[in-house]
Design a protein around this ligand. Structure first.
Ligand code: G3I
Length: 369
């Protein structure tokens, strides 16, 4: 019996003699707490993954675009925007009445090199780059005004020690590129939730750097309304205490918190420390890929317990949380299979490669049922 049928049959048995019960879904289980979201890929956006689309519509009440709103996709050349996939993504959200997230406007990655250079290949002046950023944000946010409810305005601007990352944005414009991005986004859609989004915010040094940044922005009147804690996690990190402390630290500043990119890596750590820096890579090695043919039950249970622990923290902090988003639908969809080592078999999400809910799904639903 498939897991779906198992859930359905259980529902029918429980309801026997009364009324048949529908299977429990994530969005219904967490209705009183927060929207539960999922990052969707091109196959799901274009309808090529019909099985995935049915699960997304049934289970989730928020979506994020895994890649299609990133600069390199939506604005590949000077003056040339390509809204083909982004329009389909937003239409999916509208059709299913979902809290639709825009990811992202200003990042050091997945941004074409031309953005920072003039026709001769020289780095732009501050004013010229600000004008380019302004045009991009005005065009993209303006187009989806009222249909995208929440924007990741600035993504991953901090180093692990909490200092500002050196990027071409920062080098050419200066530290206030962050404030400017939020101002432009607010100007283009005054109603939208505007987020600073980063990983490893549960580690004290980076969290404190982000707290200082958000405090400064708020004191200057910059329209930031949310911090996205990505939560690219492992079986041992972050602890419940670290997770709760991070949420509390941002909530105390008067902003909402979104859990924006949740997944839980079960494979051996490659760098000896937690990171989600997309620039980090390592060579493949069979020792780093221990479960190519399936996840042992003991690890499946550990994964379920870690998910339950995290969702217990989210529920305890629900007054501060605007959404919880899984970074992908099924294990087969996950970026983790190719990062930081290509071709591994990871199991970081709530649905398996067969599209069926895993033990971790039951554990997440079990937190509130
Ligand atoms: O589109 C090309 C395709 O044409 C080509 O054939 C194929 C061959 O490798 O690559 C495709 O591009 C890939 C792209 O995803 C779309 O699938 C890139 O190689 C791959 O590097 C890229 O990875 C994305 C990654 O961001 C890149 O920065 C992941 O899907 C996406 O999950 C990940 O998401 C980020 C968030 O935006 C920010 N936070 C961290 C998170 C995980 O890295």
């Amino acid at each position: 019996m498939t897991a779906w049928r198992g859930v359905l049959v259980l529902g029918l048995m429980v309801g026997m003699g009364v009324a048949a019960q529908a299977p429990v879904t994530l969005k219904d289980a967490y209705k009183a707490d927060f929207p539960v979201g999922v990052a969707i890929n091109t196959a799901q956006i274009t309808g090529q993954d019909a099985r995935g689309d049915a699960t997304i519509a049934a289970q989730f009440d928020s979506i994020s675009p895994e890649n299609v709103l990133k600069w390199e996709v939506i604005h590949p050349q000077p003056g040339k925007y390509d809204f083909t996939l982004a329009d389909q993504y937003v239409a999916f959200g509208v059709e299913h009445h979902m809290w639709t997230v825009g990811h992202n406007l200003v990042w050091h990655s997945q941004v074409p090199g031309w953005v920072f250079r003039d026709d001769q290949g020289n780095l732009l002046t501050r004013d010229a780059l600000l004008e380019r950023m302004h045009d991009h944000i005005r065009t993209v946010v303006g187009r989806y005004k009222g249909r995208i409810q929440s924007w990741d305005v600035v993504n991953e601007a901090l180093n692990e020690d909490g200092t500002l990352r050196t990027s071409l944005w920062e080098k050419i414009i200066g530290d206030d590129y962050i404030a400017k991005a939020f101002e432009y986004a607010h100007e283009a859609d005054p109603q939208a939730e505007l987020t600073y989004n980063d990983y490893n915010l549960e580690n004290a040094a980076k969290r404190d750097g982000a707290v200082a940044l958000v405090k400064k922005l708020r004191a200057e009147g910059v329209p930031i309304t949310c911090v996205g804690i990505q939560d690219h996690d492992s079986l041992t990190w972050p602890t419940a205490q670290q997770e709760g402390d991070a949420i509390d630290a941002f909530a105390a500043l008067g902003v909402k918190v979104s859990i924006s990119e949740l997944d839980v890596d079960v494979l051996p750590s490659v760098f000896g420390q937690q990171t989600s820096d997309v620039g980090a890579h390592a060579a493949s090695n069979p020792k780093l890929n221990p479960y190519p043919n399936g996840l042992p039950d003991a690890v499946q249970q550990q994964l379920a317990q870690k998910y339950a622990e995290l969702f217990r923290v989210f529920v305890a902090h629900k007054a501060s949380i605007s959404r919880v988003t899984l970074w992908g639908l099924t294990d087969g969809d996950s970026w983790k299979n190719d990062w930081p080592v290509r071709g591994r078999t990871d199991y970081p999400l709530l649905f398996g490669r067969d599209g069926e809910p895993k033990a971790a799904f039951g554990a997440v639903v079990g937190v509130v049922r």
